[in-house]
Write a protein that binds this ligand. Structure first.
Ligand SMILES: [Fe+2]
Ligand SMILES: [Fe+2]
Length: 308
């Protein structure tokens, strides 16, 4: 079982903490390179696009990626501020580490907004992006806190997966994307460890009914995330059409939408819930029946075809 401490997390946080200008200050997106690692793009399963069009697809997908991260961080920041209050006057190191976590997440929201702004400028038109950030955050925060923490843990661990994919030298990834992924993971590495500690703390005091509620709410949250991904995939098809200056046929549109949704599910759901560190945590706070319940629900979710 992993052994993390609040004190080590806050110390490491201060060692690696960056400013937005350190990430974005000296680099700009290069239109001749992919802006998302090939492994995270839907391009590989879409056959109606040429290699040049697939490269442009990653540019549209990067805007959506940054927006979706700012979207989820809109509920992670207040969750951490709330959890920090639990430790105030009880565990000083936990209070400091969690308050700092909330503050870093607010900074990340600003970073990703700046990324979207840069993408829009570079592409020459504003991307269509899924709306309702504040309302979704409120709905998420009304759910069982253990469920929201488990979802958050999956999200923060998949940031590592994305960073590792961005390190592949073979896809000539844009240097600014590489820097964004590297810097994000530098701070997320502490967040993921704090999620682990807080999840264990919360589940320890839960009744069996509360734990069951956490499992049902976790499934609800995964379905909600999938709904957002589908909405954004639909908008990505329109954004791509604008970027390419090309109108797609019905068949092409369907193929692109399915490829995009599959890639977004891999990026924002599967790479989190299959991350070994998330699994270690999930298995330690659930019964085998609860694990089977989540696995079954996720399998059904990932098979679902786009509604649009
Ligand atoms: Fe973040
Ligand atoms: Fe984070």
């Amino acid at each position: 079982m992993a052994t993390y401490t609040y004190g080590e997390c806050i110390e490491q946080s201060y060692r690696v903490n960056w400013k937005i200008k350190d990430v974005m200050g000296s680099l700009d997106f290069d239109l001749d390179r992919p802006w998302l690692p090939v492994a995270l793009s839907g391009g590989s399963s879409i056959f109606c696009l040429s290699p040049e069009e697939k490269l442009k697809l990653t540019q549209v997908e990067m805007g959506a990626y940054a927006h979706l991260f700012a979207f989820v961080e809109t509920f992670i920041a207040p969750l951490m501020a709330d959890l920090a209050l639990d430790s105030q006057g009880v565990n000083g190191a936990a209070f400091e580490a969690l308050a700092n976590f909330a503050s870093e997440e607010v900074k990340h929201i600003h970073l990703f907004r700046e990324v979207v702004r840069r993408v829009d400028i570079k592409l020459g038109f504003p991307l269509d992006l899924v709306a309702g950030q504040t309302e979704v955050a409120q709905a998420v925060l009304s759910k069982n806190k253990g469920a929201v923490l488990l979802l958050t843990s999956a999200i923060e661990w998949f940031t590592q997966h994305h960073y590792l994919r961005s390190m592949s030298q073979s896809d000539e990834l844009d240097p600014l994307t590489r820097e964004i992924f590297r810097c994000h993971w530098l701070e997320e590495a502490q967040h993921a460890r704090l999620d682990h500690l807080e999840t264990l703390r919360l589940f320890k005091d839960m009744t069996a009914d509360e734990r069951q509620e956490a499992i049902e709410d976790l499934i609800w949250l995964l379905v909600a995330v999938d709904g957002l991904l589908e909405q954004q995939a639909v908008l990505d098809v329109e954004n791509l059409s604008k970027h390419l200056g090309r109108v797609f046929t019905g068949v092409e549109r369907k193929e692109i939408l399915e490829g995009l949704l599959q890639a977004k599910r891999q990026c924002f759901i599967e790479s989190g819930i299959t991350h070994p560190n998330f699994l270690e945590l999930f298995l330690s706070v659930t019964t085998s029946a609860q694990q089977a319940r989540v696995q079954g629900a996720v399998a059904l979710l990932l098979q679902k075809r786009p509604f649009h």
